[in-house]
Ligand binder design. Sequence first.
Ligand code: PLP
Length: 355
Amino acid sequence: MKTSLALPVTKVEKSKLPNTDFSNLTFGRTISDHMFVADYKNGEWTEPRIEPYAPLSLNPANATLHYGQSIFEGLKAYKNEKGEILVFRADANWRRLNESAERMCMPQLPEEIFLEGLVQLLELDKDWVPTAKGASLYIRPYMFATDDYIGVKPSDTYKFIIFTCPVGNYYNKPVSVKVETNFTRATEGGTGAAKTAGNYAASLYPALKAQKAGYDQLLWTDGKSHSKIEESGTMNIMFKINGKIITAPTNTGTILKGITRDSVIQLAKDWGVALEERFLTVGELETALNDGTLEEAFGTGTAATIAHVERIHVNGADYTLPQKNKDAFSNRVLTELDGIKYGKIQDDHNWIIKI
Ligand SMILES: *Cc1c(COP(=O)(O)O)cnc(C)c1O
């Protein structure tokens, strides 16, 4: 991509690269040298710049720390065989960031600032994009309130930052999930469709309880009746029952509109695979588990791409799902998406931005 915004760049004095062990990356723990920063004040975004990744200085009265006006995104960059850097669907992340911003009374961020900041940051830190199979550079754009006083009202000032982390293959092992019918992630009228900090804070307690009981993740149900399957903590969820893929619709405002989810739906359409966007009820799930018509269950999200579900807990009973099978739909979409992301398969949908 050609860039046109002249960004001031302050480089690190000494890169952390020589001291980074790329063969031993824990997700989100290793952070690249630089970050992109822009500040919102007096009604506009100002001073877009690239700086060394370093601690921020915040006033103790910072509005985010008290009232949680904070939103984020997650996307990935990949290195192809020629060593070029490819980013998957960054424009969709920009759009979703602005949808979250709207819900949280935060300012819209122009596409130019998001994309130019991202591209120029990736150009500078290109050596941080790993080359190992299944590895990538996780990109974390986020925006938060920076007003310095106590009072529940939208902040007048904000900061937008992008930093990046080299990551290995995340969740390459199958996951076990528990259908949660007591706690709630999102309700109609709430903030479930926004990628906003508080949603994740509220999910920690029930998720920890499930982890203590031996499950990796929760499958959330609707907040009103707890009878409809919604999604997982950081992934949307899809089931294949009797040859048909079923995934929750996104028109209730309770489901995070995953870009991986959208990509899988597009591939199913391309291939003529039947897919329904509707709520699967907990009862239907139990029936399909009991009568053997549940063929596949998998999570979709940027971090994991496709996570095969191997065990589901529903209403006091544990069910083991069919083994991961190379002809499965989930495996086919994983191979296709990886092929597109690493530049090995033609990108028919204009999903890739080449840096
Ligand atoms: C980010 C996220 C997803 C997945 O979205 P992708 O764009 O596919 O990464 C799904 N559910 C929740 C709650 C999320 O936060």
